[in-house]
Write a protein that binds this ligand. Structure first.
Ligand code: SF4
Ligand code: SF4
Length: 136
């Protein structure tokens, strides 16, 4: 079993496709919509998929075949550790608790696997240590 997060981009031709239903019924994948912005002409979604590696691969291929753009969110957020001053400003702003202060060393750790690409930490960082790789 594997848990992965993706950014999906819809256009006006596939906007109304029920992605969650397709993932469950065709690929035996448990979907979890973490974020969605949809309007009349298209939309973007942050989606977590839980399932067998092979099923997730097949689901990605299917979504691409119906013209839904899909990109993995691994390492979506990046931090330049040389710029981080461990101020902690990012910790309380992150909705998924991706940042954590080590109680012994006072270093602020970042677990990129928890990131849902909201971007809140970018503006919170006084040293501009955090970067997003994609433009949602
Ligand atoms: S982009 Fe959002 S979810 Fe990701 S680490 Fe920053 S605050 Fe947390
Ligand atoms: S806000 Fe920036 S400098 Fe402060 S702990 Fe977070 S990443 Fe480091």
């Amino acid at each position: 079993m594997s848990d992965k997060k993706f950014r999906l981009k819809f256009n006006d031709s596939n906007l109304h496709d029920s992605v969650s239903y397709i993932l469950v019924s065709k690929f035996n994948i448990k979907p979890n919509v973490l974020q969605a912005r949809i309007d009349g002409s298209g939309g973007r979604m942050i989606l977590a998929m839980s399932g067998a590696e092979n099923d997730i691969t097949n689901a990605i291929m299917y979504l691409r075949s119906v013209d839904i753009e899909i990109e993995p969110l691994d390492n979506y957020v990046k931090r330049d550790d040389n710029k981080c001053i461990d101020c902690g400003s990012c910790i309380s702003l992150c909705p998924t608790f991706a940042f954590e202060m080590d109680k012994e060393t006072w270093d602020v750790k970042l677990d990129t696997s928890k990131c849902v690409a909201c971007g809140f930490c970018i503006s919170a960082c006084p040293t501009h240590a955090i970067m997003l790789k994609l433009n949602l």
